[in-house]
Ligand binder design. Structure first.
Ligand code: HAS
Ligand code: CU1
Length: 577
């Protein structure tokens, strides 16, 4: 028997019948499994990068293995694969499944399954197309593309198809929500759907920069249709997307931290209104901040860089709200289990539960990741850390934990929920998340420390003359970084053992037996707009908020981009590696 649905739209007849629910779960499962297969390949390359920063060059050894020689021909090809697979492919596939499934389920809307499958296959075709030049060393341009480094046009076309597919997923969810609003006048969007729709709307505005760069500049240039490319314009369009893409990675984890983690911990979401406010703020302020990646770039006025800096500080506010909210929810959970004291309650959380533990550890590491982000964003500090090992240190405790460790921990209930299979080797799940956390923290300490000493990022420095590094007295952080690569490899092997065994095991239960762990709220919102608080009413019009976001983005970008287009510099491409 199927119990339908776990997240009903208040007071409406069921739209998702058993067949469409099963179909929807299947699409979501394909997205999630593809995501983790990409992550598996991506993380296996990771230890090579970590060893490089310990002064150990493992690439000559890799080059002796015939199969690997061709696909990891150099440090830079390995780094490109690592970054593209982990940061771009894994995140986008996971989110396309997760935030397709959850909002439609929460709205109780029957989707067009044909369309959902179409977007999945389109995204996969885009990925496989881009994979060919990546593996042939024809697209070793790192995950930020950065022209005038030039890749094969096939790479840019594949990447464009992949991103276009994600925009179609966004369209499907947003249109489903607009349809729901029409049939449910006067009702408040259920909170999980609200968070999903806000994330997709943000992504649509965010993606405009990358789409313009790839379609307008990189594809024609790599096809030889234009004489050259303007690196500054391309970088600026890239970072239009490149900063908010980090929230496209983070917000799907926040959905879980707000809506599901409290119940998994045995507590309640603190305030529904506050959760909505955080997502509304992310929608408006995520995009107009990209110049904080370009403080060192010439030909952009300091005034605009400073404006983007202040907007960056503003977009940290919803994360600070989240820290407050999720800490309150966890404390509520620990109190229910008898925990007391200012910090004494922490011990009373359900640390035996790998799904809860993984997410709480992801949150703990994100405290440091977020703090480092504020340092990066400060115009005065940026010159010290920019382009140093500090930056990969920062993003391994943001996207590497807040996002990746959360997604890993979520699969411990999501995969059984989607497939009806039971979690296999559950006793290995807990050490896998602890080791991932420990490995990422060690990596972060090692890399932040090396960065402060002046070690550059993205450098095959283990192959360089070591005298200069020896003089830096960085033996300790180098050792920590190397050890972290080994710890992370063990964590990944344990995690993927659990995941793959689970996926390959026979279906045992009705998938609905593992329910979505939807939390109650200490301070819930009324289901009707008339009864809802001012906060809920004002944050409900997501399309208007998206309009404001677009307007603000154009306001702070057009005066920066306009002069670049007017003084377009066509630079020929380079193949460095
Ligand atoms: Fe960043 C560079 C600024 C967040 C990812 N960032 C990067 C790059 C990546 C990345 C991949 O301003 C490298 C790009 C490249 O290759 O060049 N970042 C920020 C700021 C934030 C931030 C201000 N970044 C992220 C997130 C990422 C991410 C999230 C991925 C998911 N970042 C920068 C800047 C640069 C940059 C510059 C360019 C640097 C340069 O020079 O090149 C903020 O959004 C951070 C706000 C976060 C907080 C933390 C809130 C804490 C929470 C957890 C609470 C935990 C609890 C647990 C309650 C304020 C929500 C309690 C539990 C118990 C048991 C007690
Ligand atoms: Cu950023």
């Amino acid at each position: 028997m199927t119990t339908l649905p776990a997240l009903p739209a208040p007071g409406t007849p069921s739209g998702l019948d058993t067949a469409s629910l099963t179909g929807l779960k299947r699409v979501a499962q394909y997205y999630v499994v593809t995501a983790f297969l990409a992550l598996l390949i991506g993380v296996l390359i990771g230890p090579l990068q970590a060893l490089n920063y310990a002064g150990i060059d493992a690439y000559p050894a890799v080059a002796r293995i015939p199969l690997l020689r061709n696909i990891i021909g150099s440090y830079y090809q390995g780094l490109t694969l690592h970054g593209v697979l982990n940061a771009l492919v894994f995140t986008q596939f996971f989110t396309s499944g997760w935030l397709l499934y959850l909002p439609l389920r929460a709205l109780d809307v029957r989707p067009s399954l044909n369309f959902a499958w179409f977007t999945y296959w389109m995204m996969l075709v885009g990925l496989l197309t881009a994979a060919v030049p990546l593996l042939r060393n024809d697209a070793t341009v790192l995950y930020t593309f950065y022209p005038p480094m030039e890749a094969s046009p096939v790479f840019y076309i594949g990447a464009a198809v992949m991103v276009a597919a994600s925009l179609l997923v966004a369209g499907q969810v947003i249109l489903a929500w607009i349809g729901w609003k029409r049939t449910h006048p006067g009702q408040v969007t259920p909170v999980v759907a609200y968070m999903g729709v806000a994330t997709w709307l943000m992504w649509v505005i965010a993606a405009l920069g990358l789409v313009t760069e790839v379609v307008g500049l990189l594809i024609p240039w790599s096809l030889g249709l234009t004489a050259g490319v303007d690196p500054l314009l391309a970088r600026t369009l890239f970072w239009w997307t490149g900063h908010p893409i980090v929230y496209f990675w983070l917000l799907p984890a926040y959905v879980s931290w707000y809506a599901f983690l409290p119940r998994q911990a045995g507590g309640r979401l603190a305030s529904e209104g506050l959760a909505r406010l955080a997502f509304a703020l992310f929608l408006v302020f995520s995009v107009p901040v990209g110049l904080h990646h370009q403080y060192a770039d010439p030909n952009i006025s300091s005034a605009w860089k400073t404006i983007h800096m202040f907007l960056t500080f503003l977009v940290a506010v919803p994360s600070l709200l989240t820290a407050f909210s999720v800490a309150a929810a966890l404390e509520d959970a620990a109190h229910a289990r008898g925990g007391r004291g200012v910090l004494g309650w922490v011990r009373f959380l359900n640390w035996r539960d790998a799904s809860m533990t993984g997410q709480v550890l992801a949150m703990v590491s994100f405290i440091f990741g977020g703090a480092g982000g504020i340092v990066n964003a400060s115009y005065a500090f940026a010159p010290i850390v920019h382009n140093t090992a500090w930056i990969p240190g920062h993003f391994h405790i943001t996207v590497g934990t807040a996002t990746t460790l959360s997604f890993m921990a979520i699969t411990f209930w999501l995969v059984p929920h989607l497939t009806g299979k039971r979690l296999q080797s559950p006793r290995l799940a807990l050490p896998s998340v602890w080791l991932w956390f420990a490995g990422m923290m060690l990596f972060a300490v090692g890399m932040h420390w090396q960065g402060l000493a002046g070690v550059p990022r993205r450098s095959h420095l283990s192959a360089a003359s070591q005298g200069v590094y020896d003089a830096m007295q960085i033996a300790v952080p180098r050792a920590l970084t190397g050890i972290s690569g080994v710890v992370l490899l063990i964590a990944a092997l344990l995690y993927f053992w659990v995941l793959l065994r689970t996926l390959l095991s026979p279906r045992m239960d009705d998938p609905e037996a593992t329910a979505i762990p939807t939390s109650d709220a200490i301070s819930p919102s009324s289901p009707t707009l008339a009864g809802a608080s001012a906060l809920v009413r004002r944050t409900e019009p997501l399309l208007a908020l998206a309009g404001a976001a677009l307007l603000l983005t154009l306001l702070v970008y057009l005066p920066v981009i306009g002069p670049m287009i007017a003084a377009y510099q066509a630079v020929p491409g380079h193949r460095l590696w």
